[in-house]
Every structure is written in C-alpha cells, then in structure tokens.
Design a binder for this molecule. Structure first.
Ligand SMILES: C[S@@+](CC[C@H](N)C(=O)[O-])C[C@H]1O[C@@H](n2cnc3c(N)ncnc32)[C@H](O)[C@@H]1O
Length: 189
C-alpha cells in the first residue's frame, strides 16, 4: 500500500496517525498485547498508539508521556514530560516493575547532520531500553521500540539482547521504505 493510502485509511478509521498500522502489525505478530494490563507509551503525541490500544482492548491501563502536548485520549493517563524525567512522575513511578508492555515511538528532532542524528537517536533509544527494563515486569514484560537503520543499530540490538530473552527486528508494511525506521521487539517470555 502507498504511504498516502495508509494515511487515508487512518483518517477513515478515525485514528490520529498512520503510525498505528506499524504498531498493529508488530502487535499481531508478537501477540504483545495479550494479557497486558499496564502499558507505558513513550513519546506518545499526538496519541495514535495510545488510542489504538484503547480501541483494541478496554483492559489495559495506559500511561503515556511526551514533551509535546496531546489531546486527551479517553482512559489514558498523559504526562507532558521528557522520558528523562520519568522517575519524577509519581503515578508512573508507583508502577515500576509492573508494566506488561512498553511501546516507544520516540524520535529526536533531526538536524540533517548524519553523525549528530545517529548519536541523538542512539542516546534516546539507549535511555528507552534502560527505562523499559526498570519499569517492565521482569518475568513477562515486553517492549516495542522504534529506531533507525544506521551504524549503531547492531550495538543497540546487542544492548536489548542483554535485557531481554528474545529480540526481534520488524519493518512493518506501513513504514516508509526511505524513512530508514525499523522496530525492535524485546520480550522476557
Ligand atoms: C513519531 S512521534 C510519536 C507518534 C505516536 N506514536 C502516535 O502514534 O501518535 C515521536 C514523539 O517523540 C517525542 N519525543 C521526542 N523526544 C522525547 C523525549 N525526550 N521524551 C518524550 N517524548 C519525546 C516527540 O515529541 C514526538 O511527539
């Protein structure tokens, strides 16, 4: 399907972003939402992924954060904070070690200078992995994280392998080929 067709489909189906179809494909393939109650959405604005999860199931309690504002999504606890400040969000911190699924679509603003962008992406992804490792249930938690194809991807995957029993890479059909984006899935089951 062409990139615009995914955007049209999102509009027709009432989703905020076409990014929901990337998450949808990974969730269907990994069954990551099955039995998930506590979900953490990092870099959630404008809310496509949180909204998608609410549509799929009423069971999850979703906690979401972003440095940008987000229009409310019913049933989602939103915090306008950076991932760097997550430990200061009492409601989220009180659930440390209890989350079943962490999803992260976080992306830094790109400068257009390859080496700087690669470094910024790596730093945010690295922080996302360590945050997910602390906040997830150690026995059964899983995470889905967006990253990009660059010379640090191998190292990033290795870091995930240190924290999760299973690590898989996904390039969903709804993800533009030229975007270079790629998704890593880690699970402890
Ligand atoms: C691609 S968008 C997320 C789209 C979202 N998954 C959706 O479906 O609506 C990436 C988000 O990451 C956020 N972001 C970037 N740096 C961040 C940080 N340090 N902490 C939290 N969010 C951040 C951006 O503000 C942006 O909203």
């Amino acid at each position: 399907m062409h990139a615009d067709s995914w955007a049209n489909r999102a509009k027709q189906e009432g989703f905020r972003t076409r990014a929901v179809y990337k998450l949808d494909e990974i969730i269907k393939k990994t069954k990551a939402l099955r039995k998930a109650k506590y979900i953490l959405d990092l870099g959630c604005a404008p809310g496509g992924w949180s909204h998608y999860i609410r549509q799929k199931s009423n069971i999850p309690e979703i906690y979401a954060l972003d440095i940008l504002d987000m229009e409310p999504v019913e049933g989602v606890h939103f915090f306008k904070q950076s991932i760097e400040e997550i430990d200061n969000i009492n409601l989220i911190y009180s659930l440390i070690g209890s989350f079943d699924l962490v999803i992260s679509d976080i992306a830094p603003n790109l400068t257009g200078i390859g080496a700087i962008d690669t470094e910024n992406i790596y730093e945010l992804n690295d922080l996302t992995i360590s945050t997910a490792s602390r906040y997830l249930n150690q026995k059964s938690g899983s995470m889905i994280m967006k990253t990009f194809q660059n010379n640090k991807l191998k190292g990033l995957r290795k870091k995930m392998e240190l924290s999760f029993k299973t690590v898989q890479t996904f390039k969903p059909a709804a993800s533009k080929k030229q975007s270079g984006e790629i998704f890593l899935y880690g699970a402890n089951k």
